[in-house]
Write a protein that binds this ligand. Structure first.
Ligand SMILES: [Zn+2]
Length: 193
């Protein structure tokens, strides 16, 4: 897994690209890119990735799957220069995107209530993000299972927990939701976090 961190110090833009082993979570590679090496900061992550692969080659590290932050240039580099490496996007950034994209329907102006967003969704994006992350980890790489686990989010918030996982807190009889549930006239606000 690689990720880039960009920083600016005394006008010299520089980037760290770090590689972690998927199972060990230990650093297996690190490269530091400065503006002197590559003028365009947009290209820093790819430049750093290339340097990482040169380092891997020297150390005899074989990469099987490379997951990264959905960087199109890194994907292009991998397909052109590392044909044996499987290119993938990491789940952490994937789940983060869910929350960012949900913002369109969880907040907005008063005038657009019920048109572009709904207040009932306001407190759901953090929970949805956590569940999406969990679903990606627990679907065993099976697309149909992933869809099933994601679909259960909507049922869960409608207080239908039949498809929720047996380890989920809502499977307990004394479960009290932390978010607001609105189910017709019986709607009752539960405890707020
Ligand atoms: Zn549930």
């Amino acid at each position: 897994m690689t990720d880039a961190r960009h920083a600016c110090r005394k006008n010299s833009f520089h980037t760290d690209v770090t590689a972690l082993g998927n199972l060990t979570h230990k650093v297996v590679g690190y490269s530091h890119v400065t503006k002197n090496q590559e003028r365009s900061s947009q290209k820093h992550e790819t430049y750093g990735t290339e340097k990482l692969y040169e380092d891997f080659e020297r150390k005899g590290i074989k990469v099987k799957v490379h997951s990264h932050d959905r960087n199109a240039s890194v994907s292009k580099y991998l397909s052109q220069n590392q044909p044996d490496v499987i290119d993938s996007y990491d789940t952490w950034h994937g789940a983060k995107e869910v929350r960012r994209n949900m913002a369109k329907i969880t907040k907005g102006t008063r005038k657009n209530i019920g048109k572009t967003w709904h207040p009932e969704l306001r407190d759901k994006s953090a929970g949805v993000k956590t569940h999406v992350y969990w679903a990606m980890k627990n679907c065993n790489g099976n697309a149909a299972q992933l869809v099933f686990l994601l679909d259960s989010i909507v049922d869960h918030y409608k207080q239908d927990h039949r498809n929720c996982h047996q380890t989920s807190r809502c499977k307990n009889n004394d479960y009290v939701p932390h978010t607001r549930h609105h189910s017709g006239s019986n709607s009752r606000s539960c405890c707020y976090e």
